[in-house]
Design a protein around this ligand. Sequence first.
Ligand code: ARG
Length: 546
Amino acid sequence: MKNIVVKMIAKEVDLDVCDIENLLEVPPRLEMGDFAFPCFGLAKSLKKSPVIIASGLAKVKLPKGISEVKAEGAYVNFFVDRGIFAKGVLGKKRVDVEKKGKICIDMSSPNIAKPFGIGHLRSTIIGNSIGKICEANGFEVVKINYLGDWGTQFGKIIFGFRKWGSEAKLKKDAIGHLYELYVRANATDEFDEECRAEFKKLEDGDKENLKLWKRFKDLSLKEFDKIYDLLGISFDVVSGESLYNDKMGAVVAELEAKGLLIEDEGAKIVDLDSEGLGKVLIQKSDGTSLYATRDLAMAIDRKKEYNFDRAVYEVGSEQKLHFRQVFGVLDKMGYEWSKDLVHAAHGLYLDKDGKKFSTRRGKSVFMKDVLNEVVEKAKTNLLKREMLKGKELDGRARKIALAAIFYGDLKNNREHNMVFDVDRFLSFEGDTGPYLLYSYARASSILRKVDSKASVKIGEINDTEFGLIKKIDSFEDVVGKAYLGLAPNLVANYCFELASLFNEFYHACPVLGNEKEGFRLVLVGAFRDVMGKSLNLLGIEKLEEM
Ligand code: ARG
């Protein structure tokens, strides 16, 4: 519809189609029309007052699809023909978009032998949604879990395990025990020398250390997989820092050859001072590598392997400087594709009292427990409404809990800090995941009640119906914008607006048995279709009944 209006204006005034599109507004109230075009900008070139220009434009012959054009001050208001518009929107076949290229998404990426943190949960949820949004925009997506499975901390864990470790404890709660050992070894600087030596041995390929490390890694992964199973999120590739251990030498040599490495008290650095990014430590004086070195090797390797058009790193904003440095070094190395690397940062979860939310407080509260607690709460809420049992209860509670957490997170601009408030997230009313599921289930339930489709005649379309149709129509636009900003919140907010309009419609416009039943059923079907697609983009699993 917008296109018709744009074309109509383009015929009359000397403006670019793009400019007209940008100028065109959606008026705040329906009685002001569906689109409004401000004429202020034309006054100079036409040497007429904007009011006169507007009234001139309003007299133009109406194209098909527009039912009325009115001048209102300096604006021209356009009213679309609701019947034609509804037919277009409700009859639209949503075809797959053409393939545009490949995007790698670095996401989740927890650290081995350490608890799965809140930041990793955010990265998993947001990265997953960004992946789906990229796919919806025509990209092939490779979701990569880049485990923190290498680094000096493994010197500490290996040292700690040899000194204080217990097989029994390792069996019972591997991550809990390893983390405890890490904390203990890290508590004083007394063991620093020995810990560093253990990591050096590991990097140099010591068999015994490698064996221990591999065991810790396998045990950790087993724990992480339980979380991924619960979340229903998987990866195309599970990678990790350790994979780049043998590629580090090459990076250091390349930096050297390109004249970028500087000796600094025995260590090697790249100087990004002139870019305002400080000095990047590449190799420590004992020859061991760093997080940044591994990210450099990994980026180069990933480009070779996937030849991506874009690589997105969904990682907390506290690593902003790190990624700017890594991208900066790659740029200095002459890798022109470094401009295709994006750090999609996220903020923190906060407690209700505004402090940083942490699963580590209370020591042994881990992510799995946090998630299971939400599922239990969802169960209690469900049982207040309906008598359910066994698998049905478990399944529904899990989906409601995940919808609550995913939506509670994704509705926010990802860079902002947000309050992790499970009780609010779980509410069936208001701006919550369960509310969205509920609206979807409501539409499903209406559609389940009829099997024969009455012939559809689109008659008069009232404001409530029209509002819903317009919202449905804007789906593709929202998906496009969400990709541009790597912003799942645009889809999440859209879901809420769509659900609200649907519920308004549900209360104001009876469907079954009504004379407009045929048309309204089609509308309910279109809502359900678009709502389902939107929820899918957020990684939220739908419920047909609630
Ligand atoms: N393991 C890291 C952490 O927990 C996150 C890794 C992010 N990805 C990357 N390519 N650096 O802080």
